[in-house]
Design a binder for this molecule. Sequence first.
Ligand code: FMN
Length: 185
Amino acid sequence: MTQMNLLLISGSLRGGSYNRKLVIEAAGFFDGNPVMADLDLPLYNGDVEDRTGVPAKVQLLRDQIAAADAVAISTPEYNQSLSDVLKNALDWVSRVDGNPWADKPVAIMSAAAGRSGGARAQYALRLSLNPFQPRLLTGPEVMIARPDGEFDAKGQLTGELYRDALSALMAKLKAETSCVALMAA
Ligand SMILES: Cc1cc2nc3c(=O)[nH]c(=O)nc-3n(C[C@H](O)[C@H](O)[C@H](O)COP(=O)(O)O)c2cc1C
């Protein structure tokens, strides 16, 4: 197979976002062609959709998901759930005809300030992805707790246990992606 396209999705828009750093680190373990998605979208509003249709940035995101061989998503935890930015993007994309997530290999991860590292956000994200029936990996779970102490000045994840878990998760994503490609051949 030629180089696999990996779409990276960070559920945080913040410049110094740890989830953005995490998903970039994940790409380093995947050895493919990474593309970072832009989730800076307007809030979903049915009136806007009726008047002007789906925004061009939503269509682009939908097309990037469809074109990706695999997707890696990292979500922060906001009040025990996934981020509003990420849920908004999932909702917008669901308004475009055709389901780009169907059978798409997807790995999820999180970085959050609390001790559980975003565990509850990941469960909420699983529920939010279920309607689209991706091939959502069950683990290993990568949940970076108190991420301000876990990344160095270059944005690299430093802890060996976290790096091992992320490496294992991305190896699984690569294997799943190869299986899907073989079945399609
Ligand atoms: C509105 C809000 C709610 C939050 N709720 C939680 C929470 O429930 N659990 C948690 O671990 N961290 C919570 N946090 C902290 C974030 O997880 C933390 O700031 C994280 O680093 C944000 O992700 P980012 O670095 O990618 O922007 C919350 C932060 C905000 C702004």
